[in-house]
Design a protein around this ligand. Sequence first.
Ligand SMILES: Nc1ncnc2c1ncn2[C@@H]1O[C@H](COP(=O)(O)OP(=O)(O)OP(=O)(O)O)[C@@H](O)[C@H]1O
Length: 284
Amino acid sequence: MPRSDAAASTGNAGLAVQGLSVRYEGAPAGDAQALALHQLDLTIEPGEFVVAVGASGCGKTTLLNCIAGFTAPSAGSLEWRGQAVVDAGADRGVVFQKHALLPWLNVIDNVALGLRLRGVGREERLRLAREQLAHVGLAQRALAYPWQLSGGMQQRVGIARALVGDADLLLMDEPLGALDVFTREALQELILRLWAAERPQAAARRTVFFITHDVEEALFLASRIIVMAPRPGRITESLDVDFGRRYLSGQSARAVKSLPEFIAMREHLMAAIAQASQAEVLSV
Ligand SMILES: Nc1ncnc2c1ncn2[C@@H]1O[C@H](COP(=O)(O)OP(=O)(O)OP(=O)(O)O)[C@@H](O)[C@H]1O
């Protein structure tokens, strides 16, 4: 079902992005079409799983980096839970395409690193890291070094590291992009289960902002998909979907991905992305 993300309301306790523009250094000053993002509005409610898709260069990573607090907007504002986003924070966990683990630390110390930097005592941080490693199925590999693990295992460590601080917002930039198809599908299922997992200490499930180039992955994971277009970077479509919920309520992933509605939606999205990337540049 298409929906509009017109004006972002800060009434929710989630993410509110309003009028976000980003011009990187070197982009021609008078040329609005050179903006990596142009006056983008986006509201994400707590507990949503929002997946961004779109042609290369449409500003997906720039948007994620702004939400993470890594990139400062040229104009506009971002709020997470009612607080302006000004820099990186422990309330937002980031997972990159490349795991970015420290090779000289073993798995459990990599997962616990953020807690260490925040001054959490050794015993407590190892307990929390062990808990997250169990959630991603790597309890047995806590003492291994990153280079002793497969690519899929390394990504699972990266996911455990993002989860360990119990960040309420998970930012995932093509986390499965470098994996073979079987590992990728297994991790999609893991990510959905982690998203749906009960957190007794938190009011709602985690909120996720996830980037992928894979339309099937987007459809399987998302509760909402946003389609973005380049030159300048912007959102052209927003769609609510529920295929992940069907998987979580017991249907097999293969059965969900073979549903006629899934296939029809996949074709619709492929066409929407192609159209957005070929469209005349927006006159701004
Ligand atoms: N550090 C930078 N300096 C200058 N320009 C940049 C920088 N990072 C990104 N850009 C430009 O901003 C635009 C958006 O890039 P961004 O990486 O956000 O897009 P993307 O949708 O994530 O692309 P991809 O799917 O290829 O990863 C592109 O035109 C890109 O060349």
